[in-house]
Design a protein. Structure first.
Length: 608
């Protein structure tokens, strides 16, 4: 994996491809490359490192041509070197392939092709595709790609060009996203709509096991077994303005500050005060099955998994469901005892997370009602679930999720409220939560206004080598998320624990050089948190306490206090996470880290 851009039209391809790669940088990568057809010898340039390096080479070479493909790579097979970068070419030098995903049977294919006389030069699984397509090519590139992919096991989103057919790009997908962009006298394709937004607002999403032929201003789609597909373009939600940082130095900071609007967008049109309930149109088609539900399993990865852990507490509080939260990467490897009236809820910002997709497909196979909570309209999870809800957080560029997380927490509360009000949850309880939710955006704005204070704390602690985050009940998943953010962007080692687990081992780590962030708003677990904080304090561990505004009891125990506004206990995590995001951001900046593109990370994880 990581990013694909393709273009065929009348404009010089090099500028469009470079701009597309820049818009995909946020997904994470370690090398890049571009292939352009120009009517003479095809042009190929590849390099390890930043897109800026390939851009300099392209500017120096100024290759002609109006058809090309480009790729940013996040290494899975083979080191991040120039020779392993995409696009890869065949023996003739006419076929070029860019690929996201993993070809699981590439070694067998490579052995067969080597025996047939093909010569390989990289360590990658992708290179077999170019040679496999070459072995089937008889003058029709689309047919050759179609036949080649029938031999492939694994996942792919690919773009293919051939020097003999310079007005054509072939793309295909299975398990890795490809979206088409159709303009006037030009067509594009990419693994992410952000690469298309500047050129067109008309897009088409490929489904699994589909192949598309792109020509200037037109496209056609077939299945791998040669069945023609008719699919209309649809308007692209959002636009290129989302890619503009505005006054912010980094996308991560911009997106942290966009959280009030993200929560407002998640709530807009979804609050029914007269009934004290949420209105979620995306779930109306499965209302009868939700009414019968008895068991909820939440599957997700990374930050979305921590949103799911929070949701477990929320659903158990507001509904009578039995709730489990599972790492999607482990879910389908267990023996699943999915009983009647089980609901599986898949959470993913991108809607393309490979592990989460595999989990929801296994749940569907076992007969569960499968729901989705995603941010990206038209994504694979959105299409493959029975029903679901979009978070509408807007395009998130920073690799470390921020506004998508608070948006997820908001939507999960709304889903739980919808189910709870159909059971034992009273109107008064529902209406109280709706009022509290409406206060959250302005309360987040209050916290954001204190970014300077949190930067001062980062100046004190950014040189630390280790950090501990602790919380209880609703705040425990937020402690996990806070530690993850610090790890992701500042590379400070951070661990998070349920505060009650301190005395069962982790307290052995506490010493004056090992600071702790303690999440201690005044809620039902507050008194226990004070005890845990005192345990750390007794061992001379520095403490940064996050608590409700006006609380003075923690002064004797904490070196530093971060205050957040008061709200319902169940809603406080939407507030508590914001200073943790800011703290991670400021620590990273002070340590000289690239917060928008942390090392070794990718935004959309499309391989298992």
């Amino acid at each position: 994996m990581c990013g694909i851009v393709a273009y065929v039209g009348s404009q010089p391809a090099r500028e469009i491809l470079i701009e597309g790669l820049k818009r995909l940088e946020y997904r994470g990568y370690d090398s890049s490359g571009i292939a352009i057809l120009n009517g003479a010898a095809p042009y190929l340039a590849k390099c390890a490192g930043k897109v800026a390096q390939i851009e300099q080479r392209i500017q120096a070479d100024s290759p002609e041509g109006a058809t090309g493909i480009a790729h940013t790579r996040w290494a899975t097979h083979g080191k991040p070197t120039e020779i392993n970068a995409h696009p890869h070419r065949d023996c003739t030098g006419d076929i070029f392939v860019a690929h996201n995903g993993i070809i699981e049977n590439y070694q067998r294919i490579r052995s067969v092709l080597t025996a047939a006389g093909h010569s390989f030069c990289s360590e990658t699984d992708t290179e077999v595709l170019s040679h496999l397509i070459e072995s089937h090519y008889k003058g029709n590139l689309e047919a050759a790609v179609q036949r080649a992919l029938q031999d492939v096991q694994g996942t792919y989103g690919i773009a293919v060009i051939h020097s003999g057919q310079p007005q054509q790009v072939i793309v295909a997908r299975r398990g890795s996203p490809i979206v088409l962009g159709i303009g006037k006298d030009e067509s594009l394709a990419a693994s992410d709509v952000s690469a298309l937004a500047q050129h067109t607002d008309q897009v088409v999403y490929l489904e699994d096991n589909e192949i598309a032929r792109l020509e200037p201003g037109r496209f056609s789609i077939k299945t791998l077994d040669n069945r023609s597909i008719s699919r209309e373009t649809q308007a692209l939600e959002g636009g290129s303005e989302a890619m503009d940082r505005g006054p912010y130095p980094h996308y991560m900071l911009k997106e942290i500050f966009e959280q009030p609007e993200a929560v407002e967008n998640a709530l807009r049109g979804r609050l029914n005060h007269s009934e004290g309930v949420a209105k979620l149109g995306g779930l109306e088609s499965v209302t009868d099955r939700l009414e019968k539900a008895r068991h909820l399993i939440i599957v997700s990865c990374g930050t979305s998994y921590y949103a799911g852990l929070y949701a477990r507490y929320v659903f158990e509080t507001l509904t009578d469901l039995t709730v489990e939260t599972e790492l999607a990467s482990e879910f389908r490897y267990r023996k699943l005892n999915i009983r009647q009236n089980t609901v599986v809820l898949a959470i993913s910002q991108s809607g393309e997370t490979a592990d989460t997709l595999a989990a929801l497909r296994e749940a569907k196979r076992k007969g569960a009602l499968v729901l989705g909570l995603v941010n990206v309209v038209g994504s694979t999870i959105a299409r493959e679930t029975h029903a679901g809800v979009y978070s509408h957080a807007g395009i998130e560029i920073g690799v470390a999720s921020t506004k998508s997380f608070t948006s997820q927490l908001t939507i999960l509360l709304l889903i739980a409220l919808l189910i709870g009000r159909g059971r034992d949850l009273s109107y008064e309880e529902g209406e109280r939560l709706l009022r509290g939710l409406e206060e959250v955006p302005d309360q987040i704005r209050e916290i954001l206004a204190e970014s300077g204070h949190i930067r001062q704390l980062a100046e004190i602690y950014s040189s630390a080598s280790h950090f501990l985050y602790v919380g209880r009940k609703y705040q425990y998943p937020i402690a996990l998320e806070g530690a993850l953010k610090l790890k992701e962007v500042s590379y400070i080692h951070a661990e998070a624990y349920a505060a009650g687990e301190m005395k069962h081992g982790p307290i052995a780590l506490i010493e004056p050089s090992f600071p702790t962030v303690a999440l201690a708003p005044e809620d039902s677990s507050y008194e226990k948190m004070i005890s845990n904080i005192q345990e750390i304090r007794a061992r001379e561990g520095p403490i940064v306490a996050v608590t409700t505004k006006g609380n003075t009891r923690l002064g004797p125990f904490a070196e530093h206090i971060v205050e957040i506004p008061r709200n319902e206990s169940i809603l406080m995590p939407l507030l508590a996470v914001v200073p943790l995001q800011l703290f991670a951001y400021h620590c990273a900046i002070l340590r000289g880290c690239d917060v928008d593109k942390p090392r070794n990370l990718a935004k959309s994880v499309t391989v298992e």
